[in-house]
Write a protein that binds this ligand. Structure first.
Ligand SMILES: [Cu+2]
Length: 98
């Protein structure tokens, strides 16, 4: 088998097993109930505990949380549910104004 064919086969394998592969996704959540400087910290800690989450950046000013997560291990709903349960109702920004 040539090197080219080998990498082609490997590439196809990776694509076809996409669901099982760790795939990083970024979502921006609009977070409600952040009224003081301590809230963003709470939101960050809460969302970071969700399995599959690798990075959380919370903006107090914008009332958002930008979350990087592995979509094979967690879903946007899990993120918003965790924040909501902690007292910070949130939703993905893309669904705003629906
Ligand atoms: Cu607060």
């Amino acid at each position: 088998m040539t090197k080219f064919t080998t990498s082609l086969v490997l590439g196809l394998l990776i694509v076809s097993s996409g669901a099982a592969m760790a795939k990083q996704r970024t979502v921006t959540l609009v977070v409600d109930n952040m009224y003081c400087e301590a809230c963003p910290y709470m939101v960050k800690k809460t969302i970071e505990k969700v399995s599959g989450v690798s990075k959380v950046t919370v903006s107090f000013k914008e009332k958002t949380a930008v979350v990087v997560f592995d979509d094979a291990r967690t879903q946007v709903n899990d993120l918003t549910n965790a924040a909501t349960k902690a007292g910070f109702p949130s939703m993905p920004r893309s669904r705003e104004g629906k």
